[in-house]
Design a protein around this ligand. Structure first.
Ligand code: AMP
Ligand code: MG
Length: 316
């Protein structure tokens, strides 16, 4: 990739950053917690590139950033509890996990195929200006390579991601430095990650205690992995040809009934992955079988293989 642009946090810099996001490019930007690595949450390829740039070995779900409650309600379904905590703590370091609104156009790579979505309205003026200018939901994990410390300055972002992203908006040092608190409100209120807003403050606003522990997106035992989107059909990996009755999902030279990427492109394959899982599942039917062509184990191939091996794991 080309040189990563460092953009000033002024009107021109924000306009440039918003234009890059709308083109499906990746832009790091300051929030009040840490710098986020943003990509258009409605663009499968942009979201695939987030995982590629970070070198994430898994497609764990990403937080969608929005400029306000009105825009957030387009993406997620709010109940009275969600409106109460949003009213009390947004904009700010609070992420809500809520039912995904069907038809909102959020890439299934953002939600890992789950029926819920994590959303937040950041308080940082630069983040809010950028989200308004972009005019679309922005998926943004922390702007660091997987396994490294979260960045709180533009220079930290460049240390880890220079040459891998289109731009960073330099808004100085982040104020909080710890990540957002994640509150699950898709059922009983659950603290999914401690962070910038104390759990006690959330309990006071909700008028009830929070539970902790495993969630659909953060299973704490291998047996819970099937709570990720799992096809109903049986899945076989590293297939070079279909056996009788199987739907074959190809990649590169292995043609199939469907293909993750005819040209063997891993970004395209990642962008297609959750769509193809559903499509193959529908074609195979509940008692059917799906076979996947071999996927290389480098770059995004690691995360694709991680997801496919979960789909192929025996279920109880
Ligand atoms: P990061 O990308 O490092 O900011 O982390 C995002 C966090 O949000 C991870 O801990 C995810 O597991 C969590 N998360 C995102 N979406 C969901 C969801 N739909 N349900 C539960 N947790 C989620
Ligand atoms: Mg992180």
């Amino acid at each position: 990739m080309d040189r990563t642009e460092t953009l000033p946090a002024d009107d021109a810099g924000i306009a440039r950053a918003a234009a890059l996001l709308r083109e499906g490019r990746l832009v790091a930007f300051p929030t009040e917690t840490v710098y986020g690595l943003g990509g258009d949450a409605t663009d499968d390829r942009a979201v695939a590139r987030i995982f590629e740039a970070k070198g994430r070995p898994r497609f764990n779900p990403l937080i969608v950033h929005l400029p306000g409650l009105e825009e957030a309600e387009v993406v997620a379904v709010f109940d009275h509890r969600a409106r109460a905590v949003a009213g009390a703590f947004w904009p700010g370091p609070l992420t809500l996990v809520l039912p995904l609104r069907e038809g909102a156009g959020i890439s299934p790579l953002v939600t890992a195929g789950l029926p819920t979505v994590a959303i937040r309205v950041p308080a940082h003026p630069v983040a809010r200006a950028l989200l308004r200018a972009a005019g679309r939901p922005v998926a943004a994990p922390s702007a660091n390579p997987s396994g490294r410390v979260s960045p709180t300055r533009a220079a930290h972002v460049l240390d880890g991601l220079a040459g891998r992203i289109a731009a960073v908006v330099d808004g100085g040092a982040c104020a909080v430095g710890v990540e957002s608190t994640i509150l699950g409100l898709d059922g009983e209120p659950r603290l999914l990650r401690p962070g910038g807003i104390p759990a006690e403050a959330l309990e006071a606003a909700l008028g009830q205690p929070l539970t902790t522990g495993g969630s659909a997106a953060k299973p704490n035992a291998p047996g819970q992995l099937a709570s990720h989107y799992a096809p109903g059909a049986m899945v076989r990996l590293n297939a070079r040809a279909a056996e009788t009755g199987e739907i074959l999902v190809g990649f590169g030279p292995v043609k199939g009934d469907l293909t993750l990427s005819p040209g063997g492109d891993l970004v395209e394959a990642a962008a297609n992955l959750f769509h193809i899982l559903r499509e193959a599942d529908a074609l195979a039917g509940p008692q059917g079988r799906i076979a996947f062509a071999p996927i290389p184990g480098h770059g995004l191939g690691r995360a694709i293989n991680d997801r496919l091996s979960r789909a192929a794991a025996p279920r109880g």
